[in-house]
Design a protein around this ligand. Structure first.
Ligand code: DC
Length: 224
């Protein structure tokens, strides 16, 4: 096979994409790219600079001032906004809502498209997001679309946030997730839907280990 290997993992928040992608990247030795972090960073920029997250015009004018870079430490992605590591700051519920809003703006998606494609052209990647299989890497050799029930996804995200010491309630996480699901799947630009050639993977009832095992089988079948 020539060129790089591209594995696209899409799905709604809390579907277990990042956990799976991180495990696969360790096993396969591919670079893991969490594209949600990139949208979150644009959202954080808007929030910090008092720009309404649906004000496409003002945000576009500031693109030259938004310099986003990724680096990897022990296989974990860190994200920098104008040189500052914002990997933790982008994880608050407020940053999530900003990310969801800015990600619906066509200009923002255009701005971030080449950045994502460039990374995939340089290395073998496992990229997770919402539109990786449909828009960013339509030529990915493997496309997996993750799905799990909203209640289960909210429980996972709640445990993750509490584990990180965040002060949130389950209800806040669940409501926030339903709102974002609606935004992300009904927007006109790159909605969160499976590519025609994606394998739909419902992991509601699977453990992390079972999820990884099943994904490895899918990958093995696609990349002989
Ligand atoms: O995966 P996440 O929850 O960190 O993503 C944050 C937001 O960014 C989410 O509301 C949807 C958006 N997003 C997107 O539109 N396209 C992607 N490829 C990744 C994330």
């Amino acid at each position: 096979m020539t060129g790089t290997v591209k594995i696209a993992i899409d799905g709604p928040s809390g579907s277990g994409k990042s956990t799976l992608a991180r495990s696969l990247s360790k096993i396969l030795g591919y670079v893991y790219v969490d594209t949600g972090a990139i949208y979150r960073t644009v959202g954080l920029y808007a929030k910090r600079n008092g720009i309404s997250p649906d004000d496409e015009k003002s945000l576009k004018e500031r693109f030259p001032d938004i310099n986003i870079s990724l680096k990897w430490e022990n296989g974990c992605q860190r994200i920098l906004l104008n040189g500052e590591d914002v990997s933790e700051d982008i994880r608050t519920p407020e940053a999530s809502m900003y990310a969801s809003a800015v990600s619906a703006l066509p200009e923002v998606r255009k701005f971030l498209l080449s950045m994502q494609r460039d990374i995939a052209a340089r290395s073998n990647v496992i990229m997770d997001g919402r539109d990786i299989g449909t828009v960013i890497l339509p030529d990915a050799q493997v496309k997996i679309f993750m799905h799990a029930e909203a209640k289960i996804r909210a429980e996972r995200r709640y445990k993750e946030l509490v584990g990180k010491g965040k002060d949130v309630t389950y209800k806040e996480v669940y409501d926030d997730m339903c709102r974002r699901d609606k935004n992300d799947s009904t927007r006109e630009q790159a909605p969160c839907i499976p590519a025609k050639d994606a394998v739909i993977f419902d992991n509601s009832l699977l453990s992390e280990t079972e999820t990884v095992e099943r994904a490895l089988k899918i990958i093995e079948e696609k990349i002989k």
